[in-house]
Design a protein around this ligand. Structure first.
Ligand SMILES: Nc1ncnc2c1ncn2[C@@H]1O[C@H](COP(=O)(O)OP(=O)(O)OP(=O)(O)O)[C@@H](O)[C@H]1O
Ligand SMILES: [Mg+2]
Length: 242
């Protein structure tokens, strides 16, 4: 086991966005986090990484160490990195310069040439086209903005990578590329937590699924078992009916 969440909670005023969530992530596993809109998925990522805030209570154990109180920057240097559901690129910077910002915060800062080589290696790892390395990122198509965010996360050399809806707003063809990329990152030895609310996508890439509804885990296990669970069907149908 590389990561363990134990009884995590986070409230906003009277709203319990995450209410006692526990799960484990095995080394080299892809664990899917599913659930309808507003079920607490992104908040779970926030409190796991401390970006932008930690949990109200509960424990997070990463490689045997409790990390729920570790400052976010120290945490990302220690091997956990995330992407955001909303875009978090610097639009006025080129792709290489975006990733360089991460390299320079990775705790592995070298010479300018070494840093640039590390940024380019991260872009290569996500298949980002060389022709776009120096293009302004504001005008990039969404697929490349998403892979750029992944490259910035990879520049931190994470052993655990948290991806928040990497496939949302992509075309079916782009989703296939994104799936292949996620599987490739796992092959490279990275353990992955993957948020998506599209169940069919999760079913094809995840080893196990955790399903949240109203901040609580309503099912977890093998994807085929989880999607057949009446509680999961009901949570998703409830959303469709809204
Ligand atoms: N910073 C915040 N302040 C107040 N309420 C918040 C904050 N972040 C999230 N919430 C609320 O917490 C609940 C869970 O939100 P969260 O973004 O974690 O859901 P989600 O499962 O990621 O949803 P989606 O699928 O739409 O991305 C929602 O009711 C949301 O409005
Ligand atoms: Mg979300």
């Amino acid at each position: 086991m590389i990561l363990q969440a134990e009884n995590l909670t986070k409230s906003f005023g009277g709203l319990r966005a995450v209410g006692g969530v526990s799960f484990t992530l095995e080394a080299r596993e892809i664990l899917g986090i599913a659930g309808p809109n507003g079920s607490g998925k992104s908040t779970l990522f926030n409190i796991l990484t401390g970006i932008p805030f930690g949990p109200d209570s509960g424990r997070v154990v990463f490689e045997g160490n409790e990390i729920q109180s570790v400052a976010p920057e120290a945490l990302s240097r220690s091997g956990i990195a995330r992407t955001f559901q909303r875009e978090s690129i610097f639009p006025s910077l080129s792709a290489v310069d975006n990733v360089l910002v991460s390299v320079e915060h990775s705790g592995r800062r070298g010479s300018d040439r070494e840093n640039e080589a590390a940024a380019i290696a991260a872009l290569d790892a996500v298949g980002f086209p060389q022709t776009l390395h120096n293009a302004p990122t504001a005008t990039l198509p969404i697929f490349f903005r998403k892979t750029l965010m992944m490259a910035s996360a990879l520049a931190m050399s994470p052993r655990v990578l948290l991806l928040d809806e990497p496939a949302s707003s992509l075309t079916p063809g782009e989703i296939e590329h994104m799936k292949a990329l996620i599987l490739k990152l796992r092959e490279a030895g990275i353990s992955i937590l993957l948020i998506e609310h599209v169940l069919p996508l999760l079913m094809t890439v995840c080893d196990r699924l955790v399903v949240l509804d109203q901040g609580k885990v309503i099912a977890q296990g093998l994807p085929t078992e989880v999607v057949a669970d009446p509680k999961v069907v009901e949570a998703y149908l409830g959303q469709a009916a809204k």
